[in-house]
Design a protein around this ligand. Structure first.
Ligand code: HSE
Length: 400
């Protein structure tokens, strides 16, 4: 019997216990033996809950128990998760986590600690919830050089943008509705300002580059400034606005950005709606591929965590090599990347053409009195200079 511990009995930790209970027979067949949750680490006692007898409050109880070979971390946040996970690896236990903040900040260090102790550190659920993207990148796509990886990796913002597009409502109204329905947190900052998606693309880029990419270096914009009028323009252009977390190979590094983009009908990400996530990957041999599914939620996320538990159980006593060098990757300057820009301005067409030259005008009757246009392709640095010269820019959204 494989004995495991679950640190953090919230949405995901309780989902892990449920998945292990519901699918215990098939999981047992796949590993060749059963899995028993010996401990649950939490600040709470869960009186009356069937797991009550397993609850402990001190992580050292788990670290010091030689019977426990695998630990699930589902507490969230960087600390104390980092201290606890590191202690588990040093005590010779393999760890799986769903915690993107922990992986983005300390993934390389924890992989190194796992290697030193001949155990494994896995984090399938940290990006895209139940979507198998991490294992796909690490094994199935490992023969490819990844030229682009672009994801809709935040369900909250995708729900809000989808609802704005379907109902023509403004951002604040939809956010309130999403909070009432439990699709958005009471404090939604990390989601709506793009930090959650930014951490996920930091992890994905670190994996494809094999080197540490710091979230703090990534240009990150959220969706809180997107309006119902922007959505009308998008429709007129036959596009949708999506929060994309994107990494594109450029020379020997990656250009990485999280921001709202206007994507065309023929892009696979165009139809990814509601709380769903999807990750589009372009490999130099594979060509285009897309991974789609539930990016959050108790059971989809727990399904990915338990898949890691099965993988960890099959590799007890053997470290699986995973290249994520702690040396920081200098990512490309986003201002040097070329793009086309959709712009809304109070300036007239004559002034627009004087500064931007030939542009494509977009008109929507609801925005009379302003000028909407799409630029030719240019570097972001050049766009910024021209926008400053033009003045009165009320919105800019990049084309993807
Ligand atoms: N807040 C995240 C989302 C949860 O909305 O997608 C999964 O990381």
């Amino acid at each position: 019997m494989i004995k495991i511990a679950v640190m953090g009995y919230g949405t995901i930790g309780s989902g892990v216990v449920k998945v292990l209970e519901t699918n215990q027979d098939s999981i047992c067949k796949k590993i060749g033996e059963g899995v028993e949750v010996k401990y649950i680490l939490d600040l709470r006692d869960f009186e009356g809950d069937p797991v009550q007898s397993k609850v402990v409050h001190d992580y050292q109880t788990i670290a010091q128990d030689p019977e426990v070979s695998i630990v699930v971390e589902s507490m969230g946040g960087v600390e104390p998760a980092y201290t606890f996970v590191k202690a588990m690896l040093e005590a010779g236990k393999s760890v799986t986590t769903s915690n993107k903040a922990l992986v983005a900040a300390h993934g390389a260090k924890l992989i190194a600690a796992a290697k030193e102790n001949n155990v494994n550190f896995m984090f399938e659920a940290s990006v895209g919830g139940g979507i198998p993207i991490i294992r796909a990148l690490n094994s199935c796509l490992t023969a490819d050089r990844i030229e682009e990886i672009t994801g809709i990796v935040n369900g909250t913002t995708n729900y809000i943008l989808t609802k704005m597009a379907e109902e023509g409502c403004d951002f604040d109204e939809v956010l309130k509705d999403a909070q009432e329905k439990g699709y958005a947190e009471k404090d939604p900052t990390a989601d709506i300002e793009g930090h959650d998606a930014g951490r996920k693309i930091a992890i994905l880029t670190s994996l494809i580059a094999g080197q540490q990419v710091d979230f703090e270096d990534i240009h990150t914009e959220g969706i809180s400034k997107i309006t119902a009028t922007d959505i009308l323009y998008a429709k007129k252009m036959g596009r949708v606005i999506k929060l994309l977390a994107s990494s594109t190979q450029t020379d020997d590094t990656y250009a990485v950005m999280t921001a709202p983009f206007l994507i065309p009908k023929d892009h696979p990400l165009y139809t990814v709606n509601g709380v769903f996530n999807a990750v589009f990957v372009r490999g130099n041999m594979l060509g285009d591929a897309m991974f789609y599914g539930s990016g959050a939620g108790s059971l989809p996320t727990a399904s990915a965590v338990v898949a890691d538990v099965v993988e960890l159980a099959k590799h007890i006593g053997r470290h699986i090599e995973l290249v994520w060098n702690p040396e920081k990757l200098e990512i490309a300057d986003y201002r040097q990347q070329p793009a086309r820009f959709f712009v809304r301005t109070a300036a007239d067409r004559e002034s627009v053409e004087k500064v931007f030259g030939t542009v494509e005008y977009i008109e929507v009757p609801q925005a009379a009195g302003e000028t909407g246009f799409v630029t030719q392709e240019m570097k972001e640095e050049e766009y910024e200079k021209k926008a400053a010269e033009l003045g009165n820019v009320v919105q800019m959204i990049r084309f993807h």
